[in-house]
Design a protein around this ligand. Structure first.
Ligand SMILES: [Zn+2]
Length: 246
């Protein structure tokens, strides 16, 4: 498994609060039961799944000392990443970043395939992946934050407007490209979102442009008229802001 793109994609979805929790799957009719599949709790699904569910606590208890003793109040995905980053040192934060998607995959495997992986098996995977991540971090001196790609502080659009943010990930090894779009209202509430894999595109600027195209399409489809588009590719943003000569 190529760790960095998987991590980035998961953390981007977690930070944008668009992970397909069992509550969403229940609403879509994919699952028949809205309760936590492990402990039958009926609570905030993402936080519960990744942090407070007894099945997840059993895994965190096998991690490094700081993680074992950490108490975090119920919060959304972005907050969870930020709290972990603020409290933990670099190694602890990296360990947490690896555990989070593995907890998610393990839950999905249980729900959809009936397979349960005990904490010890997960921890073994974490150790193997940590070694792989160390290599990524050596190539990228900006550290786990770069792998997590923590979104910068999000600024709300003005009243009556929406804001669309997009992101794209590119995996040269598996030759896969993923894009994601989140549209939020002035309260920060998600009003539309999409995440999809598309045919491999090598040029990062081209993939950014494709992501913007999907963002615009999503807004047109939903009939949104007043939308601010915000991304971090300078080339794309300048191109979007140019008025074409008529
Ligand atoms: Zn649970």
């Amino acid at each position: 498994m190529d760790v960095a793109p998987v991590l980035k994609n998961f953390l981007w979805k977690l930070g944008s609060n668009i992970l397909a929790t069992w509550e969403i799957l229940f609403r879509k009719g994919i699952l028949t039961d809205p309760l936590c599949p492990f402990c039958l709790a009926n609570t905030k699904p993402t936080f519960h799944a990744l942090w407070s569910c007894p099945a997840s606590i059993a895994v965190w208890q096998e991690c490094g000392r700081r993680l074992q003793k950490l108490v975090i109040e119920q919060c959304d995905g972005l907050h969870l990443i930020k709290v972990l980053k603020d409290i933990l040192d670099k190694e602890g934060f990296l360990e947490a970043l690896i555990v989070l998607p593995l907890l998610w995959l393990r839950r999905n495997e249980y729900v959809f395939k009936g397979r349960f992986h005990p904490p010890s098996q997960l921890i073994m995977k974490v150790r193997n992946m940590a070694a792989e991540c160390e290599e990524i971090l050596q190539e990228d001196p900006s550290g786990p934050e770069a792998v997590a790609n923590i979104p910068p502080k999000w600024m709300a659009p003005r009243d009556g407007w929406l804001k669309a943010n997009w992101d794209a990930t590119l995996n040269n090894n598996s030759r896969r490209t993923g894009i994601g779009v989140v549209v939020r209202n002035e309260m920060g509430g998600v009003v539309a979102a999409l995440a999809k894999a598309i045919p491999f595109v090598e040029d990062p600027t081209a993939i950014e442009a494709i992501a913007v195209w999907h963002a615009v399409n999503l807004c047109v489809d939903r009939g949104f008229h007043q939308v601010v588009f915000e991304g971090d590719s300078q080339i794309i943003v300048s191109a979007l802001n140019q008025t074409s000569p008529s």
